[in-house]
Design a protein around this ligand. Structure first.
Ligand SMILES: Cc1ncc(COP(=O)(O)OP(=O)(O)O)c(N)n1
Ligand SMILES: Cc1nc(C(=O)O)sc1CCOP(=O)(O)O
Ligand SMILES: [Mg+2]
Length: 491
């Protein structure tokens, strides 16, 4: 079945309201705007959806909200009808009174700066008139109309009387049976474009139309031209279908798919919550040392875990990205099988791609708040601090722990400033975060570190004491025993 999804933007809008020109394609996604009696504020792209509610949350208002959230656009919602719906079909439709739909639109449009209006289920010609009346009063850049005439299940949701008013059209071919590719045809009033992608074989297609239309609206709200917006929206729908292709929600023929695919990446990366006690014996790798002793990174990591390392960091400064990623994937699998968290030094991309538990960054690396926004809430982020001010900032910016040093002079990190045991204590006392000491620490001086009187000092991070030793597991066992002894003395 072909679903006709139509997008009458500027030509048709000219008749309906006074559209503002679309923002240029290279304008920033979030621009600064000034309003009367207001300081400079961050302008968030805004789509207002006028659509029906789907109780199964695969389509309608719920799909629009999820698509806009996934694409980083604010979405306000005007509900035209409430449907009783699931993966089997539409069991009931309760249409809201037209004057109340008008009231919702007025509430949003009179207060908020809406860039694009996207319509879904408009169950009567009266409702279309209500919409036109409202958007005549307030200026919006574009109107994306998804006629929602027929649900994926085949249920008819709106009559054909609304068809003649549409102009530009995107004809979706995703539901055509027995074709290898999903081919959509876009006509912008002048040219016809064929947009094809590989068909994703899945039962979870409920809400694809709503999602495609709201994604186009979201990209237009960011300032993209129409054809680019349509292409990106199609890519997003394909990615979401792919992520959700094996989900099992509902018993019907058409399940919902996974709009929030980015969150799924975060979710799968954190097998268990971070605990400060993980920092007790922190093994930080060094490829130069492992090469010198003729062992691979994976052999070194296995041996450190065997000796009692409680957390691992891959600090591989000389590896090519591809080599680093392969080693990281293997080490992630080893560490996860042993229940030991593994972090990546500096490289957020490698951490994401390898499914590692987090990242350790220094003061001149990517800022913690940005790392957090890229990695999501569940990942572990460590930050190096040498001063109380940095330690305070680490907490404010959302780090999970602090690495503080150099406690003693070290040959492992060039030009590293030594802060001593006193400097370490000052850092500990300036933050609520757990702290791991680093720099020149080994079995012979670990006890003196653990004697520092700071309750949040959780352990030691070491490179050469483990990896510049002939036998990594023995060296780790020895350090572990000494740390245990130090803790017994401390308590
Ligand atoms: C646990 C821990 N603490 C400190 C560091 C040092 O990080 P950074 O300052 O970014 O220096 P490099 O390690 O990148 O040279 C660390 N890696 N781990
Ligand atoms: C990676 C690193 N960071 C430091 C800091 O002071 O932040 S000291 C250091 C090197 C630690 O190696 P070793 O255990 O061989 O001394
Ligand atoms: Mg660094």
């Amino acid at each position: 079945m072909l679903h006709f999804r139509t997008f009458p933007v500027t030509p048709t809008l000219g008749k309906l309201c006074s559209p503002r020109p679309l923002k240029s394609s290279n304008c920033p996604r979030f621009s600064m705007v000034s309003r009367e009696n207001d300081d400079q504020k961050m302008k968030i792209p805004h789509v207002m959806t006028v659509a029906g509610s789907d109780s199964g949350a695969g389509a309608g208002i719920q799909a629009d909200l999820k698509a806009c959230a996934a694409l980083g656009v604010y979405c306000s919602t005007v509900i035209t009808a409430v449907t009783a719906q699931n993966t089997v079909g539409v069991q009931g439709v309760n249409i809201l009174p037209e004057d109340f739909v008008a009231e919702q639109m007025k509430s949003v449009l009179s207060d908020m700066e809406v860039d694009v209006v996207k319509t879904g289920m408009l169950p009567s010609v009266g409702m279309v008139k209500v919409l036109l009346q409202s958007i005549k009063e307030y200026s919006v850049q574009a109107l994306v109309v998804d006629p929602v005439m027929v649900a994926t299940s085949g249920d008819v949701l709106a009559g054909s009387s609304v068809l003649p008013v549409f102009r530009n059209v995107l004809v979706k071919g995703g539901d055509l049976p027995a074709s290898m590719d999903a081919i959509d045809v876009f006509y912008d009033g002048e040219n016809v474009y064929e947009l094809s992608s590989a068909r994703i074989s899945t039962r979870n297609t409920h809400g694809t139309g709503c999602t495609l239309a709201s994604s186009i609206a979201a990209e237009l709200a960011k300032g993209l031209p129409m054809l680019s917006a349509v292409k990106i929206a199609k890519k997003f729908v394909d990615a979401a279908l792919n992520y959700g292709k094996d989900m099992a929600i509902g018993r019907g023929r058409h399940g919902p798919f996974d709009h929030l695919l980015k969150l799924k990446v975060c979710r799968s990366v954190a097998p268990r919550a971070f605990s400060p006690s993980d920092l007790f014996l922190y093994a930080v790798t060094d490829s130069g040392m492992n090469e010198k002793w003729g062992r691979s990174i994976t052999e070194a990591v296995k041996a450190a875990i065997e000796g009692g390392a409680t957390i691992v960091q891959l600090r591989e400064k000389n590896l090519e990205t591809r080599e680093f990623l392969e080693a990281a994937k293997e080490c992630v699998s080893i560490c996860h099988s042993k229940g030991v968290p593994i972090l990546i030094n500096d490289r957020v991309d490698v951490a994401l791609a390898s499914d590692a538990d987090g990242v350790h960054v220094g003061q001149s690396d990517m800022p913690v708040s940005l790392v957090r926004s890229l990695l999501g809430p569940e990942k572990i982020i460590g930050i190096s601090c040498k001063t109380p001010e940095q330690a305070h900032e680490a907490w404010v910016n959302g780090a999970d722990y602090i690495g503080s040093g150099g406690v003693f002079p070290t040959n492992t990190k060039a030009n590293n400033r030594t802060i001593g045991l006193d400097g370490l204590k000052e850092v500990c006392l300036a933050s609520k975060l757990p702290v791991v000491a680093i720099g020149g620490i080994g079995a012979s001086n670990a006890q003196s570190v653990m004697e520092v009187d700071a309750p949040n000092l959780e352990g030691v991070a070491v490179v050469s004491a483990l990896f510049n030793a002939e036998c990594v597991s023995s060296a780790t066992k020895q350090l572990h025993a000494n740390l245990k002894q130090a803790v017994r003395t401390r308590s």
